[in-house]
Design a protein around this ligand. Structure first.
Ligand SMILES: Cc1ncc(COP(=O)(O)O)c(C=O)c1O
Length: 359
């Protein structure tokens, strides 16, 4: 194939779901985070597979993302985690999509609506200082919800900024604080279904944070780092060599001539560039795999093409497969390190032009 494509291994997604379930206590529900097109893996296909695996609670960032999944016929419960307009709140109520109230003004807005049953989750900020009502607004929020029988609080939640740090005291204190917040809500409002706080690293590093629902994203896609070898990558990004050339000592490669050959070399051109999501930061730094061997990226990554060193490859040919990431040899976390970013940005950045092939 003369283009880059992403193989999405749904069996690996299944394996990761099982690994996450093994970490969680029985009875803890998974709220699968499928925002940003399921971190680039394809939200519709991933949501359908999750539904087959009996994971029927999904989280997205926006109303549009929720509608995309719903319109594809997925019957799961969908919670919008991110920002939402008042118009979208009204549409969400109409379409049976759960949304997050993250500002007290939104609570007053839904309180003013003359609608029957308004189901939502309430986010409380405990230290991220992003979305969520302030701690000081908890009593006021409880009072608004308590007075209006049309408001049906389905869940309360908060978010960790550093649960990736195993011995984070800050995370411990958030868990303790949220426990107290839960008690205040439970004492005032019976029948709240869900209490949730943990993202992937929260699930792995802070068992106390599991409560009765957990929100994994990265772990579903197999991108948490080595500590948990049960969790394996779902996406394998691949392409193949489209041109081979021999260059001499002193020849330069790609824009800006930032790579100069120190000796004779065999180089190959692969049809993937920064417009596909291969970070330009990998210029002269990144590695790909061909015939089980690592090959350096030479010179600048271009928009649609990249040049790699094939000198160590046995008898390279046009058409030979090249793996960008997604195997034991090279994963998205290593690519992210080399590009000085995080694996989230690598997978979310794989652009629309890269075909997703589901296995
Ligand atoms: C509110 C919220 N919960 C859960 C997640 C999932 O996090 P992770 O992918 O680290 O598991 C995210 C991701 O950004 C998030 O914003």
């Amino acid at each position: 194939m003369s283009f880059a494509y992403a193989e999405i291994k749904l069996d690996n997604l299944e394996r990761n779901v099982e690994a996450i379930k093994d970490i969680l206590q029985d009875g803890v529900e998974i709220l699968a985070v499928v925002k940003a097109n399921a971190y680039g893996h394809g939200s519709i296909e991933v949501s359908k597979k999750l539904s087959v695996l009996n994971i029927n609670n999904l989280a997205v960032a926006t109303y549009e993302e929720a509608m995309e999944i719903k319109s594809a016929g997925v019957k799961s419960n969908i919670l919008i985690l991110g920002s939402i307009t008042n118009e979208e709140i009204i549409s969400s109520i109409d379409k049976n999509i759960l949304f997050t109230i993250y500002d007290i003004s939104q609570l007053y807005f839904i309180d003013s609506l003359n609608l029957d049953s308004i189901s939502f989750h309430l986010k409380i900020d405990t230290g991220m200082n992003r979305l969520g009502i302030d701690r000081e607004q908890i009593i006021e929020s409880i009072s608004i919800i308590n007075k209006n029988p049309n408001l049906s609080l389905k869940g309360i939640y908060t978010h960790f900024p550093e649960s990736n740090l195993v011995d984070s005291k800050f995370t411990e204190s958030q868990i303790d604080e949220f426990d107290k917040i839960i008690m205040s809500f439970k004492n005032a409002i019976p029948n709240i279904d869900f209490f949730h706080i943990s993202n992937s690293t929260g699930i792995i590093n802070f068992p106390k944070s599991h409560l009765n629902m957990a929100r994994p994203g990265l772990a579903l896609y197999g991108l948490v780092t080595e500590e948990n070898s049960e969790i394996i990558p779902v996406m394998e990004l691949k392409t193949s060599i489209v041109k081979i050339r021999n260059i001499k000592k002193g020849d330069s490669v790609s824009y800006g001539r930032t790579f100069i050959a120190k000796e004779e070399m065999i180089i190959g051109v692969i049809p993937i560039g920064y417009a596909d999501g291969l970070p330009r930061a990998l210029s002269n730094k990144g590695k790909v795999t061909c015939k089980d061997k690592n090959c350096d990226i030479l010179g600048r990554v271009c928009m649609d093409l990249t040049i790699i060193n094939l000198s160590e490859i046995d008898n390279p040919r046009v058409g030979d497969e090249v793996i960008i990431f997604g195997t034991e040899k090279i994963n998205a976390n290593q690519v992210a390190d080399l590009a000085d970013t995080i694996p989230y940005e690598i997978v979310c950045g794989i652009s629309k032009r890269v075909k997703r092939i589901y296995k």
